[in-house]
Ligand binder design. Sequence first.
Ligand code: GFP
Length: 790
Amino acid sequence: MTKAGLRQGMLHHLKYSLGKDPAHAQVRDWRVALSLAVRDRIVDPWFAATRATYGGRHKRVYYLSMEFLIGRLLEDAIVNLGLLDEAEEVFREYDVSFGDVLANEPDAALGNGGLGRLAACFLDSLSTLACPAYGYGIRYEHGLFRQRFVDGRQVEEPETWLSDTHAWEFQRPEAAFEIGFGGEVAETGSRALWQPGESVIAEAHDTPIIGWRGNWANTLRLWSARPTRLFDLERFNRGEFAAAAEPEALARTISRVLYPDDTTEQGKALRLKQEYFFTAASLRDILRRFRSEYDDLRKLPLKVAIQLNDTHPAIAGPELVRLLHDENGIDFDDAVAIARACLSYTNHTLMPEALERWSEALLGSLLPRHMKLIERIDDTHARQHPDRKMRIREDGDVRMGELSFVMAHKVNGVSALHTDLMRQTVFAELNRLHPDRIVNETNGVTPRRWLLSCNPRLSALIDRTIGNDWVGDLERLSELEPHVEDSGFRADFAAAKAENKAELARFILETENIAVDPEAMFDIQIKRIHEYKRQHMNILETIALWQAIRDNPDAGWTPRVKIFAGKAAPGYVLAKKIIHLINDVARLVNSDPVTSSLLKVVFMPNYNVTLAERLIPAADLSEQISTAGKEASGTGNMKLALNGALTIGTRDGANVEIRERVGAENFFLFGMTAPEAVARRAVPDHATRAIEASPVLARAIAAIEAGVFSPGDPERYRDVVENLRWSDYFLVCSDFDSYYASQREADAVFMDRDRWIRMSVRNTARSGWFSSDRTIRGYMNDIWGVQSIV
Ligand code: GFP
């Protein structure tokens, strides 16, 4: 497509879709007009992909996920269609800043962390590989939440990404299903029929996702909830306006926010409703599409692969059995076998509190028929495996991980280590009974967004050096390897990083009013705030470093900027305390004249995809410091290494594989291994002993306790400190010295700039394997049995 075509399309939409004269158009108008013009270019390949799938009677993949953290879509689409230069030129003609137009798009706030961002990378790769696929999820009106800091504390506000027109989606009022809850189960003879007590309508909204080079587009289909009955006119006419609107408000609650606080019973019920809502609507839609082509539901597994992204859609197992057995008269055992042949399940965490459990009471009242089916699935499985000790039901709860495992033909982990631990721990027994079921598919990230778009300076250098085939075949980055010996290349590589850092420094000054030195080491930890991810270990190290610099300011310290970003779950009190502590430390350290040229601490609020795109290209050091055995994989670790950051990390998740590939000499390793961590936890008073053995750590903790960072309020961090001293399940204290030493090693290497750059180049050149294209090929071959359509 030409520049003229793009200009024409955009002007057309500006005039006819937005009713604006270019002379009066605002940035927002240009952004929507451009998005619509670009969307027009996606519709043809999108239709062609659908036709090719129907025409060839191909199997389709359905990716069911509670989260799709897609971020902004405009630049992605422009880049994948190869229209970046054209778009830039058009805006130059109109004297409008193309950067401002791109920045005007709100982030689609449809996710929380790595799990949701992985789903978004997968969408890009599925389209790039021309694999017929749908993403299915919820169209949350307010997403997760917008994070602000008030006096250093996290405050949550509703996200408003949908308050403006969402230019990418097509509303599909005809694709709507009634989804029921509660009610009764009527048993007549051998048949059971569920009569729900209440229901809502799930309505589809489709966003086409275009792959690299614009040849194929799949659909992201998101469900929003609306009432079956708009409002109660009788009550309205009696003057009870609020009561009349209640059914509508209640129905819409289902698609309002992602992860509503589930510490209350109402919160729990809402979450379960959300899970059933989108899973049931998706399955209904999948069967409708299948039936439009084939008669025999027994052939479902030949044409349908359904991936459960974690246990959130786990109710898909019993729901599919219900549809096949209750509603279509297929024998129960056959229904289970058919469902299992379609379903597979990805586990993203071994943390017991994150493995969902629903009480039988709640399940029984919201989904009475499903509860009965779960019992039968559990009993049948137990009968088939008489030596089985564990059950799906335990202590009045249904364990959704076990249910997913039993109902899936393949279960995958997301890194080699995590998959091994799955086999050894949470699913040890099920793995013994079904030894072929667990497979590994190490996570990956899309090179389109996470190198090509987010880091134009480095991508341009790579293009100049090895051509641009790496974008569709990331392992070709290995061709950069010989250039590590070329001083000109190293200088260009260093310059790209330096410019990225200077740009980030300007942004930090503008938004946070903190001046940071772009020459300093940019040390970055960006991810959800969680004790196992150990942001508190990082801030303890920061405190210790600050103290050491103050003791001896002229000791030749490596200047550092510690950058944090991430949200804490609204109900997670300790995680919120950690945020507060980091902000308190930042306040004091940043204003200390003794250390201020050597150490700065910045906590960037409201971490999202767009912020990650700014931070990652500017990182020197990537903090991947989780307690070994706790981080299933990580994907931020891959993005940062790909963009040339060196990792300081534990032997956890995909860090292990990153280190194998980039080389141990290009990675700062510290800390215990997963088995060592387990052993250490069994040592009585392990934390107290570690603190006693480490004067550096003891002093940092003492400063917190003395109220150095919370003047006048020394009690503020009492719970954080008590937790460290007396429990420290995540072994911050036991790993601290090793971490501190590794940081000092990083300091020393950073001073030898040429050595650092060589290590950095090697990280980029050797990260090609971590493309989500590789991951998706793995799922296609090992799990789904589908092929690319060429
Ligand atoms: C979770 C796990 C990560 C893993 C992702 C994607 O994400 O280790 O990389 O899922 O598989 F914890 P977070 O939300 O914690 O980032």
